[in-house]
Write a protein that binds this ligand. Structure first.
Ligand code: C5P
Length: 236
């Protein structure tokens, strides 16, 4: 498939057209952003690690019956994916309290959440991704009521699969963010799953092995991503 013009450049990935309108190319860059894009740095190897990490997770989820946009790895930093209409909301599931939940509600960082908490956020950097609920999504037409149900169902299915995958590798899946889109009428998982969009702690030491290392200036960011990849068996 031929790579055509750039369609969109996000904070960490760019999207390119192909000669087939059903497919686009996701290009993972080394750019690493935090605080709604206020801080951006290049971290060497990040594009390649996240591209391969994401491919591994998307294929794992597809085998578990979760529809995703992922088609195949094209090279170190690029993947071919289905060309979806993205739904502009982020779906977050939290198994353990951390991050914005702790800041918002004053609960203890590290508290186990049973049952897990689901939250929707509007994708809008200028508004700092405000939290929204089903009513906002339907009334403002960001997604249909059916799509909302499907996004929640798929996000929890992902939780069951990935909690176990990471637990078996001695890791706690603290929380994560997913994005969905519509492809030929179906809601399917899009964007990426990598340590940029989730929190992963070592089960024994509770060491952070995700983007919080970047947000909090802890260093060793890519080394931590590679450690997680090695533990779950991502071929890097
Ligand atoms: O910041 P907060 O605690 O709400 O984030 C919850 C989870 O969603 C974290 O794993 C974070 O990395 C992810 N997230 C993301 N992109 C955003 C907001 C949150 O990947 N824009």
């Amino acid at each position: 498939m031929e790579k055509k013009q750039e369609l969109y450049a996000g904070k960490a990935k760019s999207v390119f057209a192909t000669d087939n309108e059903d497919f686009v190319i996701l290009s993972f860059r080394d750019d690493t952003s935090a605080f709604d894009g206020e801080r951006i740095e290049q971290l060497s190897r990040k594009g390649e690690v996240n591209n391969k990490f994401n491919a591994f997770i998307m294929e794992y989820l597809a085998k578990a019956g979760i529809p995703t946009h992922f088609e195949k790895l094209l090279n170190g930093t690029e993947s071919l994916v289905k060309n979806m209409n993205m739904i502009p909301v982020e779906c977050v599931v939290r198994n353990v309290a951390s991050g914005s939940l702790v800041r918002r509600l004053g609960v203890e960082d590290g508290m186990e959440l049973s049952p897990p908490i689901f939250e929707f956020f509007l994708k809008n950097d200028a508004l700092h991704d405000p939290m929204v609920n089903e009513f906002h999504i339907e009334t403002f037409g960001w997604a249909s009521a059916d799509s909302v149900i499907k996004m929640k169902e798929l996000t929890f299915k992902v939780n069951a699969e990935l909690k176990k995958l990471f637990a078996d590798a001695g890791l706690i899946l603290v929380d994560y963010k997913l994005e969905f889109g519509l492809f030929k009428g179906d809601v399917i998982l899009g964007d990426e799953f990598s340590p940029d969009g989730c929190r992963l702690w070592d089960a024994e030491t509770r060491e952070k092995l995700d983007k919080d290392r970047f947000r909090q200036g802890l260093g060793g960011v890519i080394e931590a991503y590679e450690e997680v990849a090695r533990r779950i068996g991502v071929p890097l």
